[in-house]
Design a protein around this ligand. Structure first.
Ligand code: GSH
Length: 352
């Protein structure tokens, strides 16, 4: 039976500061009103745009052109969310954030989401009051060295000076790597990336370490790209995903299911180029994905065509990947980022 609460009582509870968890359990979750219970969504609707925290400029992930138009894999995830919420993938304010400041800016509500090469870890998830809504990209930490260096693999780095950004998992993994081996090394710490690249190019360190996709991006962005090479070693797991504040479960669900929808669309062969044809499909899972039957979006407080909006305006996961990171972008093989049916780890729960 559907649970309804008299309007006055609901207002009283809201004024009393009753938390959203109560409402979540008290209301029938398939009630469209739930969207009104997300402070993040409410603020976004008032503002008319999503505030998306991105990195300060990483080719393939988030990079502004000279007119200030942002493109990239992380940018497209925010565009998909804006399509879902506003039916307008352009309704996004991009906020470039360095590694050290990103979490406080999110917690201070200056952005609605971090879509910014951020690794999911236990402490970030539990101690900081953050929620990781999924994994958009499986990465791992690597090293870049000058092409003419004697260093062939990470095993040759004993005693080396290594350039690294502070406030990252990269810095911590680097320490673990050397501690485990009982080796000495000299961490050369930077706050932001540009000076780190300059330090590396000037020989301040013999290697630079970062997430591997990031190293490929930095190499591709540099006019000295032919003088540097990424080593074959991967020294960590870097599951990268969108981050929101813990307390807004409704917004978390929208972010999480938007990612799942992009993956399920790829799995079901629904793309921006065939969406009109696929809207005529008789296949039950395609019809559910595209809101042609069942009322699956009501639990998210969204209209039935929410996935159609995202796919039409931005594309499915494969399109986004290939556009920025794959064949039309950085040229990084999908590997772990393939769908599970293609030997990868990308596996979205069913939409039913
Ligand atoms: N995935 C790691 C590293 C994230 C990170 O911020 N990496 C640096 C480079 S190693 C970066 O992307 N910088 C781009 C920027 O600051 O705009 C983490 O979550 O701590």
């Amino acid at each position: 039976m559907k649970f309804t609460l008299p309007y006055t009582l609901m207002c009283t509870l809201l004024l009393a500061g009753c938390d959203t968890a109560f409402f979540r359990s008290a209301f029938n979750p398939y009630d469209m009103k739930v969207a009104g219970l997300s402070p993040t969504v409410r603020a976004m609707l008032d503002r008319g745009a999503l505030n998306c925290g991105v990195s300060t400029g990483v080719e393939g992930f988030s990079l502004p052109d000279q007119s200030g138009n942002w493109t990239g894999f992380d940018v497209d995830f925010c565009r998909a969310l804006a399509a879902v919420i506003f039916d307008d993938s352009e309704a996004v304010n991009y906020v470039p954030l360095g590694a050290s400041e990103r979490f406080s800016v999110l917690l201070n509500e200056e952005v609605d989401i971090l879509s910014r090469n951020t690794t999911w870890t236990l402490t970030r998830d539990t101690l900081l009051g953050l929620g990781f809504a999924g994994i958009t990209f499986y990465d791992g930490q690597g090293f870049m060295v000058p092409t003419n260096s004697r260093i062939q693999s990470a095993e040759d780095l004993q005693g080396a000076a290594i350039c690294v950004l502070s406030g990252t998992t990269t810095e911590l993994n680097l320490a673990d790597y050397f501690r485990e081996r009982g080796w000495h090394y000299e961490p050369v710490l930077y706050e932001t990336e540009e000076p780190m690249m300059r330090g590396f190019l000037s020989g301040r360190c013999v290697a630079m370490t970062a997430d591997q996709a990031k190293l490929f991006a930095m190499r591709s962005q540099s006019e000295h790209r032919d003088t540097m090479v990424v080593l074959p070693d991967t020294i960590s797991k870097e599951p990268i995903g969108p981050v929101v504040r813990d307390e807004d479960q409704f917004w978390y669900d929208i972010v999480q299911w938007t990612l799942f929808a992009l993956l399920n669309a790829e799995e079901l062969g629904v793309s921006s180029s065939n969406i009109d044809e696929r809207l005529q499909s008789d296949i039950p899972s395609v019809r559910r994905l595209l809101g042609q039957e069942a009322n699956l979006a009501s639990g998210l407080g969204l209209p039935n065509d929410w996935v159609v909006r995202a796919i039409r305006q931005v594309g499915n996961y494969d399109e986004i990947y290939e556009r920025h990171l794959g064949r039309d972008g950085l040229g990084i093989e999908r590997r772990l980022n393939h769908l599970w049916i293609n030997g990868g780890l990308m596996y979205a729960p069913p939409m039913r």
